[in-house]
Design a protein around this ligand. Structure first.
Ligand code: 7TS
Length: 420
């Protein structure tokens, strides 16, 4: 199966759409316009089939049996890790730890690396763009060790104030910069490579939250030179319940385990235990093998379409949406206007609460998210309590955008505003 059309950097989104069975259903009796992929993407038949066939044909626990099925399961788990390593260009698949999601990956780093390397007087730098999962784990460890947290602000367009980052780094006390690569709320693409280079010059490591980048663009951990990078399967057409933590080898090797128990040990004695090598040291207990198989099929599915094409498709749809939404009376759109914006459009409409907007859109078959998007500090910075947010992916088409725009016009007619 190929989704490519003649032009090298485009693909047929209608054909991609056909791979996603759920998109064939209706919502509230209308055609479903699924515009909440930043929260979780839909799954293609290929991923659903891979999970199904794992349980029908290959299911057994890994690492524990000499029998054929267990060997098969172990081999599939290992191959999945290799596919994920290739996706992000990790030098060695053992540097890719399977976790449950981005949240767990960041908790692992904050707890394991943080507890070992942070002390009173150290500074942790975060940004105003962060999702709660890249704020709260750092607050907890900061409190435990007596470290301080500083935030890099954004400018009016929603871009990071790099001058502030430089200033903070100049203090000499920064040990870690934890930043998102793409904001789930504003769509801002942060200059991660530059951030990493500045942080390294100041002796700090970089933890990248790639939950909203890995699914949408080519991410190369060696080129970016990040120390840790976290992402989730469910946001990249893969299953829920699996995510990845990539880490530099020397850092991972020096870190203590995060969770302990079975599978992560070398030897257990009555009074002490020694740890297994990477990646097992960080994978206590029975892993989600079917989901690892699923995320690998998802990675192959996206790679086959090609990240340059995916990015171009999302830019086209985002610009198409922004162009029309901008014309709607009472509309405020957030996020930068330029190359450094991903397929996320957050907005508010004068006189209509974002939850009312989302409910009215729902009545028209349009699935968007309304709320604080797990970014309450950013909401306060923008001086709003919530926004409505549409997010685009490979299976979205101009028809989805048209349905969104017409539903937003319905919001205005319900709230008594006339088109100018
Ligand atoms: N980081 C970013 C940038 C995210 O967008 C999300 C989830 C997470 C971390 C957490 O990912 P998880 O897989 O561990 O839950 N973002 C959203 C969202 O925008 N709406 O729902 C979840």
């Amino acid at each position: 199966m190929t989704h490519q059309t003649q032009s090298q950097h485009t693909f047929d989104s209608e054909r991609v759409r056909a791979d996603f069975p759920i998109l064939g259903r209706t919502a509230r009796g209308k055609r479903l316009a699924y515009l909440d992929s930043a929260a979780s993407t839909q799954k293609p038949q290929q991923v659903i089939d891979a999970i199904n066939s794992f349980y029908s044909e290959s299911n057994a626990n890994v690492h524990r049996g000499v029998y054929e099925l267990s060997e098969r399961s172990t081999e599939l788990y290992d191959q999945a890790r290799g596919t994920i390593a290739r996706l992000i260009n990790a030098p060695d698949k053992r540097q890719c730890i399977f976790v449950r999601n981005t949240t767990e990956a960041i908790n692992l780093v904050a707890n394991s690396w943080g507890r070992e390397n942070l002390k009173a007087g150290d500074t942790i730098v975060l940004t105003m763009l962060e999702h709660h999962s890249n704020i709260v784990p750092w607050q907890v460890i900061a409190q435990q060790v007596g470290a301080k947290i500083e935030y890099v602000d954004i400018d009016d367009a929603g871009r990071l104030r790099m001058d502030q980052l430089r200033e903070l780094l100049a203090s000499g006390s920064v040990k870690v910069v934890a930043t998102t690569q793409v904001s789930n709320t504003l769509g801002t693409i942060t200059p991660l490579k530059e951030i990493t280079s500045l942080a390294h010059d100041a002796g700090a490591i970089v933890v990248a939250d790639a939950a909203q980048s890995v699914p949408h663009m080519q991410v190369d951990v060696q080129d970016l030179d990040v120390d840790f990078l976290a992402f989730s399967g469910h946001k990249m057409v893969g299953p829920m319940g699996i995510g990845v933590l990539y880490g530099k080898r020397d850092l991972l090797e020096a870190m203590p385990p995060y969770q302990t128990g079975g599978s992560m040990i070398r030897e257990v004695h009555l009074d002490h235990t020694t740890w297994a090598d990477l990646p097992e040291k960080f994978e206590a207990g029975t892993p989600s093998v079917a989901d690892a198989v699923g995320i690998a099929v998802a990675a192959d599915y996206l790679s086959e379409i090609g990240f340059a094409s995916i990015r171009e498709h999302e830019i086209t749809l985002t610009n198409y949406a922004l162009g029309q939404l901008r014309e709607i009376p009472g509309m405020t759109l957030f996020g930068p206007d330029g190359e450094d914006r991903a397929g996320v459009v957050s907005f508010v409409i004068d006189g209509a609460h974002p939850h009312d907007i989302a409910s009215i859109l729902d009545g028209e078959g349009v699935a968007v998210r309304a709320g604080h998007h797990c970014a309450q500090p950013l909401m306060r910075r923008l001086d709003v309590t919530a926004t409505a947010r549409a997010s685009f992916y490979i299976y979205n088409t101009e028809e989805d955008v048209d349905q969104l725009v017409s539903a937003v016009e319905t919001v205005n007619s319900i709230f008594g505003r006339r088109a100018s």
